[in-house]
Design a protein around this ligand. Structure first.
Ligand code: ADP
Length: 281
């Protein structure tokens, strides 16, 4: 598996290194990343590679579920129309749904607002054996909240430390945390928005408010850059996945997941004693 790659395509290790964010560098990390990157795959190769990775993931998830001693938290953040929903559909619908919990985090309800910002998040941290998928997350509280001025600077600034500590606690207690920023270009977002306007079956996805966020693109990129750099750690790394081409995106995400599941190395529990003596009438 993976041996058929031509030399211009990265090995799994090289790919992960290219996608991963080294925390604390203080660089303009998103400026250097191409949202249209394909890593040398064409569509057909990428689709085949994705299918092969998914077959491995299915087996790994089965073992994670059966083993029941670790969990995985997959955090997905992106600008509108970057493909969060489509990523979840493409990658996680191939797994056993009994072991996957998908949680979207939208504008907080009155009840959520009446609590600290991690309250609604913590309730959905995955249980042992399960994969939790966050479609948006606690990161909104240092992204949209910062960019739109929903909280004072002194309030959102101290949240990076809260978040890093919260995630470290989850990791220490057995949760493998994987965080993905889907990096879509502003041009590609325009095309996808236009499609939402043009196609009746996609009209429902368009909210005029999405255009407000689009005009704040540089401010959002600034906020993403800070968030990713300040909270990418060994136990809760961020990956920046190029998202203009869905097929390249899917391979990247499947490989990231596979890497982390292999690191967990879940095992089927030992069988009950005497199973080999049992005869079924
Ligand atoms: P999506 O855009 O993810 O498909 P929605 O259309 O329901 O889903 O949008 C969710 C909206 O909720 C986004 O605009 C996002 O910025 C906003 N949101 C999420 N969390 C917060 C938060 N903590 N405070 C304010 N707004 C938030």
């Amino acid at each position: 598996m993976g041996n058929a790659l031509s030399p211009k395509q990265p090995s799994r290790k090289e790919l992960l290194k290219a996608l991963r964010v080294e925390g604390g560098k203080g660089t303009a990390l998103l400026d250097d990343r191409d949202a249209g990157e394909t890593f040398g795959w064409d569509k057909e190769q990428a689709v085949a590679e994705f299918a092969a990775e998914m077959a491995e993931l299915v087996e790994l998830q089965k073992r994670l579920y059966a083993d029941g001693s670790n969990s995985v938290l997959f955090v997905l953040q992106a600008m509108d129309a970057a493909g969060k929903d489509s990523t979840i559909r493409s990658v996680f619908s191939g797994l056993n749904p009994a072991g996957v919990d998908v949680n979207p985090f939208g504008v907080p309800t009155d009840e959520e607002r009446a609590h600290d910002y991690l309250w609604r998040i913590h309730q959905h941290a995955p249980a042992d054996g399960r994969i939790g998928v966050f479609n948006r997350s606690h990161y909104e509280d240092v992204l949209v909240v910062r960019v739109k001025g929903f909280a004072d600077e002194q309030v959102w600034k101290r949240r990076y430390d809260h978040i890093a500590n919260f995630e470290q606690m989850l990791a220490d207690e057995g949760t493998t945390i994987i965080k993905v920023f889907l990096n879509v270009s502003r041009d590609e977002q325009k095309e996808r928005f236009q499609e939402r306007l043009d196609r009746p079956d996609k009209n429902w996805k368009f909210r005029a408010g999405d255009l407000d966020d689009r005009t704040l693109w540089p401010e959002f990129m600034r906020a993403y850059t800070d968030a990713l750099e300040k909270t990418s750690t060994d136990d809760a790394p961020w990956y920046v996945v190029p998202a203009d081409r869905k097929w390249a995106r899917n391979v990247c995400i499947a490989r990231i997941l596979r890497h982390h599941l292999e690191e967990i190395d879940p095992q089927y529990p030992a069988p009950e004693a005497g199973l080999d003596q049992i005869v079924i009438d």
